[in-house]
Design a protein around this ligand. Structure first.
Ligand SMILES: Nc1ncnc2c1ncn2[C@@H]1O[C@H](COP(=O)(O)OP(=O)(O)OP(=O)(O)O)[C@@H](O)[C@H]1O
Length: 627
């Protein structure tokens, strides 16, 4: 058959594999064994479900056959096999083509990352081979096909003879170089250790002919060697092994291989129950968010096994959205193999398992927060946003699960705080939990409105994510203490005496303030004297439920319309020299006063990080003053 070309993306990946400077060439074997195991899974699943294959579990196996003379390594399985079309579609096009597109063009030389982050699967064979031959016969088909490729220039597919169903992959190993002896991959010892290292938990026997020794018949000390096929892997899935038998390293490796993460997980959770719902679960909290985590490409879910047989790769119903970062699997004997996706959604057992897992994840995170603060803070950096969305979502239904897992920056120091810690530090007489919103904690700290609160010795939470204030609004209170935005117009920290004094000042300046309000022509609801400003001349506050920060967030949403507006109030500091000036102008020069009102309002907008209506006019006004 004529040579066919690889699809562009596949060719790119293939080039990377062939010229790989990646040091872990050995992973090719793990990839091919995993594929073989997946292919057997498919056929075994069909065997259990339909019972029409005439096969038993004990019929399935994977075999590894090194041949030093021919310099080939064969990986053989009796799984589902591939039709001609499947051979072309599966091996001519990279399955996870999406993974590659995450990497931008300029980064593509960094092949270590790509290999580490995404399973490269079948193409890994080209890291060690200069020619790969795949012979396959789909179960139930009477034809077999041979796919051959010597690398990036393309591949051919021809008919071949293959008596049994399944797939046989023959790797023609590259010649040895000074840096790497590819012929090592034909050594029994090396192959055995690779199988143990990477594929021990594969649930089908991985067989290899090995050299053994025994006493010669009739002799007492004369040994002879002989060859025998041996099962190399222990076959017990990692989640079925006794906890004491599995090392942290093994869990990490399992996680990294199964979920294509180049970092070890932040936490491994192993849990099982018996009774109304019997299951074993092995869960992982990743230490960093995958690149697609905060996009709609990311799919949450846990792998679901029924008595050790994989029935679904990603069962979304097992995880609430706010814990969507958790990866792992659940194996339960209560589930039927025949269960469909739709039925699963209504399955009581599954609901029960999901709710237990939710509690378990919550309690593990709490204990991490308590016992390993550093790890928790780095977890929260990666996934805290998801937890905060969780508080806000579904009308706050899940707030009790999540409220003690939240962290916020605060005026208390460089480390983020929990709400409970904040409350424990509240001063006598403090009744509210104060917060300020801005793009960064540093900017929040600079807001003029924070000054008076800090001066009282009250701590302030600095909210820097868009969702933060919405989440706090959903919580309403923590430990019965209401949350209070330092920019809210009804924040009042004054003593009765101070209040009285201020009231008098307000009535004395009534006309001036009314004039300023009017001259701002609807831009603010009112201009008033501030009860919170200390050294700054002006600030904006908001009246009612929508804060200025919420207005910003809502209007920035793609679906937002500009009609959501906070009720703005311009506050002026009566102790500031600028105010004295305003009073004087009111009596002598109302035109200049009008322009000052506009300047002060624009300054307040800038301080809040809000866009100004007419930057050119603002600049002209300033220049006029300077000249
Ligand atoms: N031994 C095999 N038997 C049957 N089908 C196979 C075999 N090896 C590979 N395939 C098919 O080829 C496809 C591509 O394999 P490849 O290893 O490149 O990607 P993958 O297994 O889908 O992804 P990954 O290895 O990254 O999990 C597989 O999805 C599978 O359909």
């Amino acid at each position: 058959m004529a040579m066919k070309q690889f699809k562009a993306e596949s060719k790119r990946l293939l080039d990377l594999m062939i010229n790989s400077i990646y040091t872990h060439h050995e992973i090719f074997l793990r990839e091919l064994i995993s594929n073989a195991s997946d292919a057997i899974d498919k056929l075994y699943y069909r065997t259990l479900k339909d019972g029409d294959t005439g096969l038993n579990r004990s019929d399935f196996s994977i075999s590894i056959e090194p041949n030093k003379e021919a310099r080939t390594l064969v990986i053989r399985d009796n799984g589902c096999g591939m039709t001609k079309d499947e051979l072309e579609n599966n091996l001519g096009v990279i399955a996870k083509s999406g993974s590659l597109s995450f990497k931008s063009e300029q980064e593509k030389s960094d092949d270590i990352d790509i290999i580490g982050q995404f399973g490269v699967g079948f193409y890994a064979s080209f890291m060690v081979s200069d020619k790969v031959v795949v012979e396959s016969r789909a179960f139930g088909s009477d034809e077999a096909w041979r796919w051959t490729s010597s690398g990036a220039e393309g591949y051919t597919v021809d008919p071949c003879n293959k008596p049994d169903h399944g797939t046989t992959i023959t790797l023609h190993l590259k010649p040895d170089t000074d840096d790497e002896k590819f012929s090592d991959f034909l050594e029994e010892f090396r192959l055995r250790s690779l199988i143990k290292k990477y594929s021990d938990y594969i649930r089908y026997p991985i067989r290899m002919e090995v050299e053994k020794h025994r006493l010669k018949e009739g002799s007492e000390n004369d040994y002879e060697s002989y060859r025998e096929v041996e099962t190399i892997n222990s076959m017990v899935p990692i989640w079925k092994k006794a906890k004491s038998e599995v090392t942290d390293e093994e869990y990490n490796r399992f996680y990294q291989e199964k979920f294509f993460d180049w970092k070890a997980p932040a936490k491994v959770i192993r849990t099982s129950t018996e009774g109304t719902a019997t299951y074993e679960a092995l869960l992982f909290i990743p230490s960093a968010a995958p690149m697609d985590y905060y996009t709609k490409e990311y799919e949450k879910g846990l792998a679901l096994y029924a008595s050790g047989v994989l029935i679904m790769e990603k069962c979304a119903d097992l995880l609430p959205d706010y814990f969507s970062f958790v990866r792992g699997l659940v194996d339960s004997q209560d589930l039927s193999l025949n269960i469909s996706r739709e039925m699963l959604q209504h399955d009581r057992q599954l609901k029960l398992i999901a709710s237990r897992l939710e509690k378990k994840i919550q309690s593990e995170l709490s204990s991490m927060l308590k016992n390993d603060r550093e790890a928790y803070e780095s977890f929260f950096k990666a996934f805290g946003l998801q937890l905060k969305y969780g508080v806000y979502a579904d009308y706050g239904t899940h707030k009790d699960v999540l409220k003690d897992l939240l962290l916020f920056a605060s005026s208390n120091g460089d480390h983020p705080t929990t709400l409970a810690e904040y409350v424990s530090r509240m001063k006598e007489g403090q009744t509210e939990i104060y917060y300020a919103c801005a793009e960064t904690a540093a900017r929040a700290a600079m807001l003029p409105q924070t000054e008076a609160v800090r001066e009282k010795g009250y701590e302030i939470l600095y909210l820097t994510d868009n969702v933060d204030e919405f989440a706090l609004k959903m919580l309403m209170t923590y430990d019965e203490k209401p949350f209070k935005n330092v920019c809210a117009d009804d924040l009042d920290l004054r003593t009765d005496e101070e209040k009285k004094e201020a009231e008098q000042q307000l009535s004395e300046n009534k006309d001036l303030l009314a004039f300023l309000t009017e001259s701002l022509d609807g831009k603010v609801k009112a201009v008033t004297l501030s009860n919170r400003l200390k050294s700054h001349p002006v600030c904006l506050s908001s009246e009612g439920a929508i804060s200025i920060e919420m207005e910003k967030v809502l209007n920035a949403m793609p679906t937002g319309n500009e009609s959501v507006k906070a009720q703005r109030v311009l506050e002026i500091n009566a102790s500031h020299p600028v105010f004295t000036k305003l009073c004087a102008l009111y009596d002598t020069d109302k035109e200049t006063l009008k322009s000052y009102a506009s300047l002060l309002y624009t300054q307040a907008l800038l301080i809040e990080g809000l866009p100004i209506d007419d930057p050119v006019a603002f600049s002209n006004e300033i220049c006029k003053l300077m000249a």
